[in-house]
Design a binder for this molecule. Structure first.
Ligand code: SF4
Ligand code: MSK
Length: 634
């Protein structure tokens, strides 16, 4: 049996002209980047099918279903057990990542409340009061800081809780909550679900693939309704709840005559401070003293999405743009925190003059400079980072600079609260107009969440753009987060002008309300905003009693991260049909495949599908939306 997959690496590397230009420059500069490494990393057929087990050192065991002699691992594990364990570990890792992010935000809110993380303060007091109430904490007799500290403690306790259930589950429709209770997938505490799933997947523990998959649903729920939701809500309280902003996207936002600093990763607190410090007179003067005309901050990946929505900072790109930004030769510093930061950055930076600065104790990279950001004076840490970048400006080789001309306008910042206000107005905020537009014939057919990453094995952004265009042309309102949102932004789909590409019904509504047909709702953890929006749609009435009744669907057309798998599991557990582009690594487990692609629907009302062709995938979503419309009699 072949050990290499037949995974084709698509010939066209990106549909983004800026990427094409810089991929060519990297080649000329003899710099190895993901777009070149993917040509030599062929992958493994067993890994792709999910049938390689490394849970103990008697292995690795690889299951070849066509060969009876290798139908089981040494311990007797079947293909389905191995496939389920591997998939479950992806969910556990993805949940851990989002949730440790959420935990960090809770910790930062507590430090802020105690005045130990300067100069942060509570930015959204109204949201603080509202979220605190959900934890049973009243503002009476408390200062804003005391209330914030009490909420931070309560939110932190959600991670270590051993019994009961997560507080935010109460946001879901009653029918959904009852179903979760019946299925036994209400997460007790975030950490408990991750630890238990890791335990279950160790050699000789849970060997029943169905039991493993149900536990994975519960663990995923701990992400979406736990860690991620805490991350989103507490970040809003600390840094401000996003509202629509208009700015620019793509590598053309870098400036030839300024000190360029890119903030990259997922946790935005320090980056927000870097943005603020870049406006400091002292820093501007310092940049002028080295011959620059100021400091230009640009975002990347989800830290980029966060500072884009709250600070109107232009965003230089999505996941596969991170190395390309360095290849421009115009970036003085790339400041990274956690997640989706390529290990290759110091090596690529070594070919130019860029400084890679890690800032989280949890995420260090050999060859990068580390500046710790944990507590104390964040503003001083931000200034220290900027000083390094400014000093580095003199090392820029003007000959090596090539900034693509590509940049596009975008509107971002559609938090659940904003959608509410925009649809219903400041004084009668409501989802009623959205529900009415869905219930009316020939207006909005339904809503799709198109989220997730870039994947170097697929043409960058092609899946996102083809899918989103097909959906809006068929009157489906699209909500996006993460790198998918950035892909659409680069293609001009996040502008009000994109209504030209929308079907007549969607176009009419977007024109009336003044929104683009594709809404940027934030970063990866902000998929929790989509959950809240779905709950509101049910609560508003007329579209059924549960999330699974809604004419909605989800997709991750270019996913690659374990976090995307965790998101998929909580979205399906919440009752939403979800299509992944790159296939789930379950091809070697017929039982697991049958369960996640069919059986889950009977259990949760949601299920997975795989479809690599983005237009065909869009039609799976549209068919599902039509099915739900029919069931609702609309
Ligand atoms: Fe092989 Fe079983 Fe060990 Fe996995 S747990 S490596 S299947 S012996
Ligand atoms: S950054 S998880 S590549 S969306 Fe959130 Fe992008 Fe995927 Fe990372």
């Amino acid at each position: 049996m072949a050990t290499e997959t037949d995974t084709k690496v698509t010939k066209q590397k990106s549909i983004d002209k800026a990427a094409e230009e810089l991929i060519a420059k990297a080649e000329r500069d003899s710099v190895t980047i993901a777009f070149s490494r993917v040509q030599t990393q062929k992958g493994c057929a067993f890994g792709k099918a999910g049938t390689c087990c490394r849970m103990c050192v008697m292995g690795p065991c690889r299951i070849n279903p066509k060969d009876p002699e290798s139908a089981r691992g040494i311990c007797g594990a079947t293909a389905d057990t191995i496939v389920a364990r591997n998939l479950a570990r992806m969910v556990a890792a993805g949940t851990a990542a989002h949730s440790d992010h959420g935990r960090e935000v809770a910790h930062q809110l507590k430090l802020t409340a105690k005045g130990e993380l300067k100069p942060f303060c509570v930015a959204d007091k109204a949201k603080l009061v509202k979220v605190a109430a959900e934890f049973g904490i009243t503002p009476e007799g408390k200062t804003t800081e005391q209330l914030a500290e009490a909420l931070a403690d309560a939110a932190s306790a959600e991670f270590g809780k051993q019994d009961g259930k997560l507080t935010f589950l109460a946001r879901a429709p009653e029918k959904r909550q009852k179903l979760w209770a019946k299925l036994g997938i209400e997460p007790r505490g975030v950490d408990r679900e991750v630890v238990e799933l890791m335990h279950r997947t160790a050699i000789g523990v849970d060997q029943d693939y169905e039991s493993l998959m149900v536990s994975s649903l519960r663990c995923g729920m701990a992400d979406g309704w736990g860690g991620s939701m805490i991350g989103t809500e507490l970040t809003d309280i600390m840094l401000g709840t996003p509202s629509p902003v208009r700015t620019k996207v793509n590598l053309g936002v870098l400036k030839e005559d300024q000190v360029n600093v890119i903030v990259h990763g997922h946790e935005p607190a320090l980056s927000a401070m870097v943005v603020q410090a870049a406006k400091d007179d002292e820093m501007i003067k310092l940049s002028e003293s080295v011959g620059a005309k100021g400091i230009n901050i640009a975002g990347m990946c989800c830290t980029g999405n966060e500072v884009l929505m709250r600070n109107k900072v232009p965003i230089a790109g999505n996941f596969l743009h991170q190395e390309l930004a360095i290849v421009t030769g115009a970036v003085e510093a790339m400041v990274v925190d956690v997640q989706c930061v390529m290990s290759s950055l110091p090596e690529v930076a070594g070919c130019y003059h860029t400084k890679i600065i890690t800032t989280s104790r949890k995420a260090k990279i050999r060859g990068a400079e580390h500046i710790d950001f944990e507590e104390g004076d964040a503003y001083e840490v931000a200034k220290k980072i900027l000083r390094l970048a400014i000093e580095n400006y003199k090392n820029r080789d003007a000959e090596a600079v090539e900034i693509p001309d590509e940049k596009m306008d975008l509107v971002a910042g559609f938090s659940h609260e904003t959608i509410n206000y925009m649809l219903g107005g400041q004084f009668r905020a409501s989802y009623r107009p959205l529900n009415d537009a869905i219930m009316a014939p020939n207006r909005i057919r339904g809503v799709a969440g198109v989220v997730g990453c870039n994947n170097a094995r697929y043409t960058q952004d092609a899946g996102h753009i083809a899918m989103v265009k097909e959906l809006i042309a068929n009157d489906v309102l699209v909500v996006q987060t993460g790198c998918g949102a950035v892909a659409s932004a680069k293609a001009g789909l996040l502008t009000p002008e994109a209504i030209e590409m929308a079907g007549p019904g969607l176009r009419e509504v977007c024109e009336a309300v003044g929104i683009p047909p594709v809404l940027h709702a934030g970063s990866c953890v902000d998929n929790s905003r989509i959950l809240v929006a779905l709950c509101e749609m049910v609560r508003e009435g007329g579209l059924g009693e549960d999330i699974s009744d809604l004419p909605v669907a989800g997709a991750a057309p270019e996913w690659m991260s374990e976090k995307a798998m965790a998101i998929g599991f909580y979205v399906v557990a919440s009752g939403v049909f979800t299509v992944f582009g790159p296939p789930h690594p379950v091809g070697g487990g017929p039982g697991v495949s049958e369960l996640i692609f069919k059986g889950f629907e009977e259990m949760t009302g949601g299920m997975f599908a795989n479809e690599e062709d983005p237009v065909a995938a869009a039609h799976l979503m549209i068919d599902h939306i039509n099915k739900k419309r029919k069931a609702l009699g609309i």
